[in-house]
Design a protein around this ligand. Structure first.
Ligand code: SF4
Ligand code: SF4
Length: 342
């Protein structure tokens, strides 16, 4: 176990940025989001949740796949996109890091998404434990440990006050640790005791949160009954179909692919889409889900049932962003509770 003193953080970031593109939680106009760092930026590693999830780093909101043009009546293609630069993300929370391992199950299954694969391979994730979990957090319901970053994590980190403890979890994490050898310091028993205290305090805080142990067993046992349940109509009544919940969610991954351009040249691009939209997956015969109730049901059945059946994990990490951002105060916790009979 290593540590970096907070007074050395700027030097750490400077050194990392000499070797990699560095993403940090940057504050701009009161919002905090992961963005590429350069000297002089306002870094905020104390904000628990960034406003948007860091999924945009590995799955950008828009991305050009290829360009095409006609030359002498022949159609020519040029492959673009992907991210060749190696990069580091510092300060991602355990739930967001875990969301990367969920997205892996979508994009790294055959047929593998090469652009996504490139980004995942080129990235090193430093995940910071949550010293102050908030009321809207329920990661523990999905088996994610806020006190001990593991999933999707190359280096686990803990803020113990004067310094940040640093524990490599993967080969990529070990290599980066080697590069930073002159900034990272050894730890003593004093820091290890401080870490144990911090983890204990995080666990105690988590245990006090209102949604610490949502009952997921009840909802996942009877798919047909759940699909046909009358509660969807009631739950979806207030939903505006705005899609905010899907865009802030670290695990939502629906996208659209379109061609754009003029007669002789253009490009094919991918952009985020939302299953909450009325024109989502519209086909020649129309939209398979005609009502907002059907679309609303799809989002939650996918997260809580279909994804679990297909991949062995829920497509939610309990980050609570949808709880905070939905304009009509509807969210996955209300859905879970209602389906569970509350
Ligand atoms: S954020 Fe709320 S209102 Fe908007 S689509 Fe999601 S559930 Fe519906
Ligand atoms: S559904 Fe809500 S709580 Fe779950 S991962 Fe998405 S935004 Fe976070």
């Amino acid at each position: 176990m290593k540590q970096v003193y907070k007074r050395d953080l700027e030097r750490l970031w400077q050194t990392i940025s000499e070797h990699f593109e560095l993403y940090l939680p940057l504050e701009q106009d009161g919002k905090v989001n992961f963005m590429p760092w350069k000297q002089g930026e306002n870094v905020n590693i104390d904000r628990l949740k960034t406003d948007l999830s860091p999924k945009n780093i590995i799955f950008p909101p828009t991305e050009t796949y290829l360009k095409f043009r006609t030359v002498n009546k022949r159609l020519c293609f040029e492959s673009v996109g992907g991210k060749n630069d190696k990069y580091v993300v510092f300060g991602m929370r355990p739930c967001d890091a875990a969301s990367y391992s969920i997205l892996d199950k979508v994009f790294l299954q055959e047929p593998i998404d090469r652009f996504y694969e490139e980004r995942r391979t080129n990235g090193i994730i430093i995940s910071l434990a949550c010293s102050e979990p908030e009321e809207t957090c329920f990661c523990s319901s999905f088996g994610i440990a806020a006190d001990n970053p593991v999933l999707g994590t190359d280096i686990a980190a803990w803020d113990i006050g004067e310094s940040i403890l640093w524990q490599p979890k993967s080969e990529k994490g070990k290599k980066l640790t080697g590069i930073l050898d002159n900034i990272l310091q050894d730890t003593s028993e004093h820091e290890i005791i401080a870490l144990e205290r911090l983890q204990q305090s995080i666990r105690e805080k988590l245990a006090q949160l209102p949604w610490v142990d949502l009952d997921l067993e009840i909802i996942s046992n009877n798919m047909k009954e759940m699909f046909e349940s009358k509660v969807w109509e009631e739950l979806s009544k207030s939903c505006l179909g705005c899609g905010v919940c899907t865009f802030v969610c670290p695990t939502c991954h629906c996208f659209d692919i379109q061609d754009f351009g003029a007669e002789r040249n253009g490009e094919r691009f991918r952009c985020w889409d939302s299953c909450m939209y009325s024109d989502f997956t519209r086909m020649a015969h129309g939209n398979p889900r005609k009502t907002q109730t059907e679309r609303f049901r799809q989002r939650f059945m996918h997260k809580l049932v279909y994804f679990l059946n297909n991949n062995g994990v829920y497509a939610c990490v309990g980050c609570g962003r949808c709880v905070e951002k939905c304009p009509v105060n509807m969210n996955i916790v209300k859905v879970i509770k209602k389906l569970g009979g509350d």
